[in-house]
Write a protein that binds this ligand. Structure first.
Ligand SMILES: [Zn+2]
Ligand SMILES: [Zn+2]
Length: 280
């Protein structure tokens, strides 16, 4: 039976492991199907494909698009082609916006007396520079105990240094992924802080735009697995899951973490695998 972990981040975005290292952890956790889903970049995919091949693991190329409206919604795209010219141009544009935002937020922190080497942080970061890099630098400099504290006190929404991202509708990310032959999935609905009366109609609207699945088995949904599982199946959406591994810290999951509670992991992993193949 397949043991899937369909959500993790590499050094191509804000994770601490290279795609090669991720494949090693995947194998060690006895996961047999995995997907690397970096934020707004596909640059880790070629290395992940090689690493999966070397270790005899099943692999689905993925990406996680951060959209921004009155709430940040993440859309996973499975089966993306890493050399797709339209998606590449789209992510390049997002990268320019990310760099601008990182610099503005960094400058605001410096203004407040936090000494941060912005250029060094940028050059040692992969693509997809973002707030997690600032958070880790704040921890490294001893200003906060951990990255969660950095978000709460300094760089989260409502903090002085916080700068909102440019607007990008989740339905636009969904339709773009569909157009490019990928399978769009709503990531970790448990992290979307809308009341359920607002979230459910939104999911319906995204489904009209082409959404094909919901990431039910994510650590953030832990208390509501049964509810999301039922809801996805009632709406004929694929059920997916993954740890959202970044760096092994308590704020994110550990590889393979969601499999024990995910009784249909084998079938659901296979169903996604098939959906990706059909779209390709
Ligand atoms: Zn996410
Ligand atoms: Zn993620």
């Amino acid at each position: 039976m397949m043991r899937p972990d369909l959500h993790m981040h590499s050094t191509a975005s804000d994770g601490t492991c290279t795609p090669y290292e991720l494949a090693r952890l995947v194998q060690r956790a006895d996961v047999t199907l995995f997907s690397v889903t970096d934020h707004d970049t596909m640059t880790g995919i070629p290395e992940a494909i090689d690493a999966a091949y070397e270790r005899g693991l099943a692999f689905i190329p993925g990406v996680e698009i951060s959209t921004e409206g009155d709430e940040e919604v993440h859309i996973l795209g499975y089966g993306v082609k890493y050399n797709d010219p339209v998606l590449t141009a789209f992510f390049d544009q997002m990268e320019q916006e990310r760099i601008k935002r990182f610099r503005t937020m960094g400058k605001r922190l410096i203004e407040q007396g936090y000494e941060l080497p912005l250029d060094n942080i940028m050059s040692s970061a992969g693509a997809s520079i973002g707030r997690p890099h600032l958070a880790r630098a704040l921890v490294a400099a001893g200003y906060v105990q951990n990255t969660q504290e950095a978000f709460q006190k300094l760089i989260g929404k409502g903090c002085y240094a916080y700068v909102p991202r440019d607007y990008l509708a989740a339905s636009k990310a969904v339709s773009l992924l569909r157009e490019r032959g990928a399978v769009p999935v709503c990531a970790h609905p448990g992290l979307i802080r809308w009341p359920i009366e607002k979230l459910l109609p939104m999911i319906k609207a995204w489904q009209d735009a082409g959404l094909m699945g919901i990431e039910v088995y994510h650590p953030a949904n832990k208390d509501n697995y049964a509810m999301w599982d039922r809801l996805a199946r009632e709406r004929r959406l694929l059920v997916t899951g993954g740890s959202d591994y970044h760096d092994g810290s308590p704020g994110h999951g550990l590889i393979g973490e969601t499999i024990p509670a995910w009784r249909t992991a084998g079938e659901d992993g296979w169903a996604l695998f098939q959906a990706v193949r059909q779209k390709n």
